[in-house]
Ligand binder design. Sequence first.
Ligand code: FES
Length: 176
Amino acid sequence: MRIKRKNQSRQCSLPDEKVDLTLLDELLKKYSGKQGSMISLLQGTQEIYHYVPVSAIKKIAKEANLSESDIFGVITFYSQFRLNPVGKYIIKVCHGTACHVQNAPDITNALMIELNVEDGKTTDDRLFTLESVSCLGCCGLAPVITVNEDVYGKLKRADIHKIIQQYKSLEEKQNG
Ligand code: FES
């Protein structure tokens, strides 16, 4: 069952990918000279790149006059921030109690096989990231997964292939 949601992983071992750092300019301008804006800057950065690239941290540190190690400290403290690139589609499998007893481990296992990726990792084509998370807040639909903002509940192992295929088809259409 699919329900549209309302609105709803050092430093030196991290990949320093080439990203367009000019995308940060507007964000840096917005918070220029404002005290206590580090978290807002990091949230904005993650919205742009879907993770916080090392090169972005360096630029933020330089231009907002912050220490790189302080920024890393904040990123590693808050679980909302990612230091590694993620897939276009982030699949969260709920392993809260209600979902766990309704076979969430089996759902994760089916996804690992379908995507050929380990839990917590991203597929080689950067399309999907698979994550196990705690309660997603819709326990009555257990077991539940989300794919970005889409919610799928009362899942069975057999549903997984179809769900993944629809995102792959979407990609194919978008890529012509
Ligand atoms: S335990 Fe899975 S949504 Fe709450």
